[in-house]
Write a protein that binds this ligand. Structure first.
Ligand SMILES: [Zn+2]
Length: 91
């Protein structure tokens, strides 16, 4: 039985999840949305959506994530689940 795979880019796109990159430079802490379709173009739908795998995948394409504000290369990921808003939404 195939487990529900909640950790690839295609799932994120279908689910409407968002991925944010956050600068780890404490005084900066700039956050920017990493566009999931852009990642899929580059890495494919079946690529893992884990931060380490995305960074490794981008590296293969000679791309590196860098803070647009302070130029720092030390960035973290924050994944926002589409279904989680902290409150109920009416349909
Ligand atoms: Zn920064």
């Amino acid at each position: 039985m195939k487990p529900l795979d909640a950790s690839n880019l295609g799932y994120m796109l279908d689910n409407g999840d968002q991925l944010f990159v956050v600068c780890n430079n404490g005084v900066c802490s700039h956050g920017a949305e990493l566009i999931v379709p852009w990642l899929i173009d580059l890495l494919g739908r079946d690529h893992s959506s884990l931060a380490v795998d995305i960074i490794a995948g981008l590296k293969k394409h000679r791309k590196r994530l860098r803070c647009a504000r302070c130029g720092n290369y030390d960035v973290g990921f924050q994944r926002i689940h589409a279904g989680y808003t902290g409150h109920r939404t009416e349909d």
